[in-house]
Design a protein around this ligand. Sequence first.
Ligand code: AMP
Ligand code: ZN
Length: 664
Amino acid sequence: MNTKQQIESLRAALREHNHNYYVLDNATISDYDFDMKLKDLQALEEKHPEFFDATSPTRRVGGTVTKNFETQVHDQRMYSLDNSYSKEDLEDWEKRIQKNLGDVEVAFTCELKYDGASISLTYEDGKLVKALTRGDGFQGDNVTTNIKTINSVPLQLTGDYPLKFDIRGEIVLPFEGFAKMNAERIENGEEPYMNPRNTASGSLKLQDSTEVAKRPLDCLLYGIVGQNIGVISQWQMLDKARDWGFKVPTAAKLCKTTDEVMEFVEYWDIHRHDLPYETDGVVIKVNNLQHQDELGYTSKSPRWAMAYKFKAEQVSTVLNEITYQVGRTGAITPVANLEPVLLAGTTVKRASLHNADQIAKLDIREGDTVFVEKGGEIIPKIISVDFAKRPQNSTPTQYIDHCPECHTELVRTEGDAKHYCVNYYGCPTQITGRIQHYISRKAMDIEGMGSETVTLLFQEGLITNYADLYTLTKEQVMPLERMAEKSAENLVNGVAASVQIPFEHVMFALGIRFVGETVAKKLAKAYKNIDALMIASKEELTAVDEIGERIAQSVVEFFQNENNQKIIERLKNYGVQFELSAEKLENQTEKLKGQIFVVSGVFEKVSRDELKKMIEDNGGKVGTSVSSKTTYLVAGDKMGPSKRTKAETLGVQIISEDDFLEMV
Ligand code: AMP
Ligand code: ZN
């Protein structure tokens, strides 16, 4: 096999595995093998840019940054749907259709109404060439680079696809992935996202496609528009789309009567909770495309389709008590403790109240009867109060002004929705929270120790910070509840083993506010060791790629704190890794030391991310905007004209991708 064939064969294999896994839900290769093949392909493509292909599976990892999404006109308008809420509504609709079409038999295709962000994909020659959001229906935003990162979107079709067509669908964020994203955010001390739908549509407009690639988005298709598609019905259309490689959910039904339609609706009204993603109704479409044509459109929606909206899942129950949780960063979250009630198939006992403003806005009080709704949120939310049922002696909720754990006065800084307990060293929940974070899997990954153990150790006065973990002895631990000789030994060994954990993870484990996994890695790489990092100024820090003011401020404050300095000194003595490993350092040079690069546009030989990595690995810094401090502007294709002008006025040298590769 020559190189070209080798590349083609890898691409074909990866495409197929990808389709099997993400579209058919049927893995045919291990993740590891997939990654290996992808790496091989990446390496070959890097060596042979002459075989570049925009639809290669390697393109899914992202790498391009879009500052402004271009607005483009839809070839065919994207319509809304009329809504119906009862069987009567549906029967009326069917009558209108029959009247319109005359004496013919009409069948209906029922599909689920996926709740996410609408998308229109354009394919030419079997290749994805464009993806537009719905926008106002006439024109939408071009989000192609972001859509390409979604694994279930085929970049290259198979089978007897037409030369050119658009296909419409919905970008959704499945519950599981959404929950995972939120768990990570909470772990990083960030506010969780509200619901999957908003997060999905927000994802489409992220500037950095690498970020989009990390989100577990899915694309569900339901309609083809274009000439000569080669099908005569909606039902056939769904089948064809599947043949060409699209993900078209199989939860659909061809119905002859309104009764059959209602059966489908009623079935899914209950079973939708078993689906991995959110749905908010059923869409009923006249099956025959000829009939659809005859029926046409009103000014805003097709006459041949109707949405049947599921009733929002809502129940009312009594709010017994409002309690307050303290997070590891000191953030206070009010929680509604409810009289248990069945909602969407699960018993609900608690609902999030978010913050003081939310409570004030809805005037929520203990003893109130409240309406609870479960949308895509993991934790249900209170949407309103049933004022008619408010007890006579009810008084407005007084938001707490002192920490429920340590009684320190709470602080709320301007622009922050939350109150904070600032008793960093004395607040027991914050102390244990930080230690629990330190031992967690993505941080120091200490085996043989769980969250409850941390709380116990703290209560017994054995630890007050994570450095204390390294002083624990088997004898101290053994008397604790549910500890035995073996488990005590495991705990001590687990702690001892953590000194091998690489610096990048240690940086995350320290639990600096706003320093999540990614930022921790960036900092570790940029500074290589903790001593350099500890004396970095806010200005220096913000020069590191992706480090903004807020993070820089937090890092500086953390290291200025004497207590933290002492803890780090102790950790050092225990042998915890506070510099990059020799192996990691080896790939790094100081060639670009002191130089600040701004990278803009699209590159041919390496992705943007790789380019940035090369800059950082070689001691350079990546800046976000051109300023007088910028040493070089690395200009790719389609670079923003304003960057170029700015560089020219400031006399910043503009270099090409090749110039840069030459330098390193
Ligand atoms: P609405 O925004 O309420 O007018 O509903 C129209 C939207 O429903 C369209 O923009 C589609 O993106 C979305 N939708 C979700 N599932 C389907 C489906 N199976 N068929 C048609 N539209 C759907
Ligand atoms: Zn406190």
